[in-house]
Design a protein around this ligand. Structure first.
Ligand SMILES: Cc1cc2nc3c(=O)[nH]c(=O)nc-3n(C[C@H](O)[C@H](O)[C@H](O)COP(=O)(O)OP(=O)(O)OC[C@H]3O[C@@H](n4cnc5c(N)ncnc54)[C@H](O)[C@@H]3O)c2cc1C
Length: 634
């Protein structure tokens, strides 16, 4: 099995190989002396001047919520806060605004506040991680002298035309023109190379290991015939995808929608659409990417909204207003609005605007290869300061009744410090706020605890080449029964000085996703148990699972994990997506009384942002909530 250490197998998989993490000058035909004659773009492309070990985006291994970032918050949660935290050392620093959390919401809050208060506003942003951006995290690898840029979390600007006026305006202020992606993202890249999506059927779930590509021109009948599914399961798969049957006869469209809201997709498939149990594993992980749980915990109505098979003959009303927000969100735009580092570019553009000297340039193109100067984030010379590795453990008004300055205690390098500000935005996730801010009313604390964030693993695997995938005719693979349920070659985006791989012989980043869900339980319990799994799993286990699964999926195309893998970064998001309400598990609250609304109430000089405040796990929610929080304080 892939998850148990076996020295011989580990050697075969390459677990003993030093991963090529920092071969800064490897493969270069030029000497250091020649660098002076190269333009910055050429230097970048050559991979010279690569990030040193203290450059967070280049750190590999276990990232995301990395070791050292969360332990202090957990101490606070468990009532194990050391006594010293109650007597912090006062820093002689007073700000107009302190923001807790340097994710997109916190950075946007700083941006909005400064825009309203003027350039002299003094702002401090605190974050517990060693990098800024929150989920919007950049990763870099150096392979054969080339720099590869990837995303460790927040992937893309999803449906920008549906962003609010506020979010659209912020993108414009950051010089982001989403139309640029229509050129930058090569939408023919994979199709022009004859590469398609595929499914990996694994031995433990489906009886044998088999990778089956599904090019657009392959019929469902021919695809089904190539799978190891039983004859009965194949027939059902073809029927679901090709026939327009009404699986809910005798009901009005309204009644059908009401039933689908209260029925999981899994139950709908078996109880209404007559799908045999043997086909269910094929669909089980279809909802992982959006929901972090499988089809047992997602309403069938949402799956209809997302275009999953089995609904074409139901003549449902053209009304998505009663679906969960992800499903109701219109999916009428292509998924191409992607910077090479995902929405980390949005975070980097915000930091560039807030703190002069941190990132050179002025456009959405040059931000891609601009290298952040981490030593400039927190200097007394700057009116806006961003302090990393700083876990906030207490936020309190200095006077009773939510008045006076706000005093903020944070722990950095084991020492507790106190800073003060006139105002404070808590742009950290909701679950931590009751622990930080004891003065909030009990009902608000309960509401803050309601949503359970979705745990996820986003893993980046740097490959020296991907000829094995090309030989098998695939660029992305769903593996419904496997440890990693999604694997895909990075998005083919070339922007500014950054160029995507010319072809399969070039190095590339492979994205792998796991959602540690526990099918059969209510969604929030699945998230809680999944989080425990993530925090209890060692990096070596993830690496073994990466190498083992890639070999099984692509070995027949010549993939050799020991030879082909150049680097691995496992982004562990134990507190991932904001919890989105779901008609299977959550009541239909009247508008305005949802937990997120109760939770985000301002108290005196403290306001609450973060995507959790919108119960919607998207960048526009993070921005919109930041805007609201800042308006409240002003
Ligand atoms: C894996 C993944 C992929 C995603 N993909 C997309 C996507 O493609 N498109 C999209 O629109 N959205 C995506 N999202 C949703 C994403 O969460 C939002 O888009 C947005 O980035 C959230 O920003 P935020 O500032 O609200 O929260 P966060 O990014 O979580 O930032 C909050 C910050 O506060 C910090 N913090 C918490 N407690 C403390 C404390 N006590 N002291 C100091 N700091 C603290 C946190 O560590 C974190 O750094 C994705 C999320 C995840 C996890």
């Amino acid at each position: 099995m892939d998850d148990s250490p076996d020295p011989a197998r580990d050697r075969q998989l390459g677990l003993d190989r030093p991963i090529d993490r920092r071969d800064f000058l490897n493969g270069l035909a030029i000497g250091i002396g020649a660098l002076g004659s190269l333009s910055p773009a050429e230097v970048w492309r050559a991979g010279v001047g690569q990030p040193p070990a203290d450059y967070p985006p280049a750190r590999t291994g276990l990232r995301g919520s990395h070791d050292g970032a969360f332990e202090n918050a957990h101490r606070l949660r468990d009532g194990l806060a050391p006594a010293e935290w109650r007597q912090p050392t006062a820093r002689n620093e007073r700000y107009d605004l302190i923001v807790v959390g340097a994710g997109i919401s916190g950075l946007a809050a700083a941006h909005f506040y400064r825009k309203a208060a003027g350039p002299n506003a003094r702002i401090l942003i605190l974050d517990n991680h060693d990098d800024f951006g929150g989920h919007a995290r950049r990763t870099e690898f150096t392979v054969g002298g080339r720099t590869l840029i990837g995303y460790g979390g927040t992937q893309s600007i999803d449906g920008p035309s549906h962003y609010s006026t506020v979010s659209k305006a912020l993108l414009r202020e950051l010089a982001i023109d989403t139309e640029v992606f229509r050129q930058a993202y090569d939408q023919e890249y994979f199709a022009s190379r004859g590469l398609s999506h595929g499914t990996f059927f694994d031995r433990a779930t489906f009886g044998e290991d088999r990778l089956v590509p599904k090019p657009d021109n392959l019929s469902w009948r021919d695809f089904a015939a190539r799978t190891p599914l039983s004859a009965e399961a194949r027939r059902a798969l073809v029927r679901l995808n090709t026939e327009r049957r009404d699986y809910l006869p005798g009901r009005t469209p309204e009644q059908k929608l009401a039933l689908l809201r209260m029925t999981s997709y899994r139950d709908y498939l078996t109880k209404n659409a007559g799908v045999p149990a043997s086909l269910l594993p094929y669909f089980q992980s279809a909802t992982h990417g959006y929901y972090g749980v499988g089809i047992d915990a997602v309403p069938a109505a949402d799956c209809w909204g997302l275009g999953y098979p089995g609904f074409d003959g139901l003549a449902l009303p053209d009304d998505t207003s009663r679906l969960g927000r992800t499903a109701a969100h219109s999916h009428d735009e292509p998924y191409i609005f992607h910077f090479p580092d995902g929405n980390a570019s949005i975070a980097r553009l915000l930091v560039r605007g807030l703190i002069p000297g941190t990132l050179d340039g002025s456009t959405m193109q040059d931000i891609v290869t601009a290298r952040a100067r981490y030593d400039r984030l927190d200097t007394p010379a700057s009116r806006v300061r961003l302090r990393l590795n700083s876990t906030v453990v207490n936020v309190a008004h200095s006077r009773p009744g939510g008045t006076g300055d706000v005093s903020v205690t944070y722990v950095q390098d084991g020492k507790a410090w106190r800073v003060r500000a006139a105002k404070c935005v808590l742009a950290c996730w909701h679950g931590v706020i009751p622990h930080l801010c004891p003065e909030l009313p009990a009902a608000q604390k309960d509401a803050l605890r309601y949503g359970v964030k979705v745990p996820l693993l986003y893993t980046n695997v740097a490959l020296r080449n991907w000829t094995s995938l090309a030989a098998l005719g695939v660029h992305s693979v769903d593996a419904p029964g496997s440890y990693w349920s999604e694997t895909s070659v990075d998005y083919p985006v070339s922007l500014g000085d950054y160029r995507f791989a010319k072809g399969p012989a070039d190095p590339v980043i492979l994205f792998m996703m796991r959602t540690p869900c526990k099918p059969g339980l209510p969604a929030r319990d699945q998230h809680r148990l999944g989080r425990a799994e993530l925090l209890g799993t060692a990096y070596a286990t993830y690496e073994r699972q990466v190498r083992g699964q890639l070999q099984r999926m692509f070995g027949k195309g010549g993939f050799d994990p020991a030879r082909d893998i150049a680097g691995i970064t496992v982004n562990r998001w134990s507190h991932g997506y904001a919890y989105e309400y779901n008609s299977l598990w959550d009541p239909d609250w009247p508008e305005g009384s949802q937990p997120c609304v109760v939770a985000r109430q301002q108290r005196g000089n403290i306001a609450i942002a973060n995507s959790d405040a919108g119960a919607y796990a998207y960048t526009d929610s993070a921005i919109d909530q930041a805007w609201r929080a800042v308006q409240e304080l002003r």
